[in-house]
Ligand binder design. Structure first.
Ligand SMILES: *Cc1c(COP(=O)(O)O)cnc(C)c1O
Length: 228
């Protein structure tokens, strides 16, 4: 108990410290606890400490863990992994958020499959800001058209943009990629979309992301330890 709780306090302290420094944008920064590969018991421990938003990357793992934790009424699942069109239904039924919408077909299926008794599914468009061929996400050039189309879908609520920058320790490159996402969001706001979310920043780079305007950081390792 002490370990996860201490780690959680530590990450919240890092976020608070980053908020004291000059940054783009304002307001609060939400912490998404990325629990992929860690057991339901670890999620329960953090929930008992007060954490409510948890991120998962794999559909089957989300389904299993959600069933194990169905007794936690305020737990909100965020899906943050690559999503294939034949796997959208359980995500539409379980998740409160999907951060990784990168094509219209996925968004259309999520909208169609979102159960009517639930609130609209919150979504972010994932943008490939590093240009790496291996990375999912829509290109920055196509992001606006996709966002405008997704915003029209009835059972989704477009909240903003998400990125995973290239894995590098080069702060300037990271900063430039986070800034690209922020500028895209500002462009979309000028086109009339009401967006409140920039999902960017992980264990190693959350301070840089907050400086560039992140409103939600997705943290796994710094909370739960290294994944095997
Ligand atoms: C695993 C993962 C994270 C968490 O990364 P850490 O470096 O462990 O904090 C954040 N976002 C996405 C999309 C991930 O897949």
């Amino acid at each position: 108990m002490a370990t996860i709780f201490t780690a959680w306090q530590g990450v919240k302290g890092r976020i608070e410290a980053a908020l004291q420094r000059p940054r783009h944008g304002g307001g609060e920064v939400d912490l998404l606890a990325v629990s992929k590969t860690f057991p339901a018991e670890a999620v329960r421990e953090l929930y008992d400490a007060g954490q409510r938003a948890f991120g998962e990357n794999y559909v089957q793992e989300l389904v299993t863990k959600a069933a194990q934790l169905v007794d936690l009424p305020e737990l909100a699942w965020h899906f943050i992994g690559p999503l294939q069109s034949n796997k959208t239904r359980p995500v539409a039924e379980i998740a409160s958020w999907v951060h990784t919408v990168d094509r219209l077909k996925i968004a259309e299926r999520l909208s169609m499959q979102r159960p009517p008794q639930l609130a609209p599914l919150n979504v972010c468009i994932q943008v490939n800001v590093s240009g790496e061929a291996s990375k999912s996400g829509v290109t920055p050039e196509l992001a606006a058209a996709l966002a405008l189309a997704v915003a029209k879908l009835p059972r989704l609520r477009l909240r903003g943009l998400m990125c995973i920058p290239e894995p590098t320790g080069d702060d300037e490159r990271l900063t430039a990629q986070f800034a690209t996402l922020r500028q895209l969001k500002e462009d979309l706001e000028r086109e009339g979309l009401a967006l409140d979310t920039l999902s960017m920043g992980m264990s190693a780079d959350l301070e840089l992301a907050i400086q560039e305007g992140a409103t939600m950081v997705r943290v796994g390792t710094a909370l739960f330890g290294a994944r095997t």
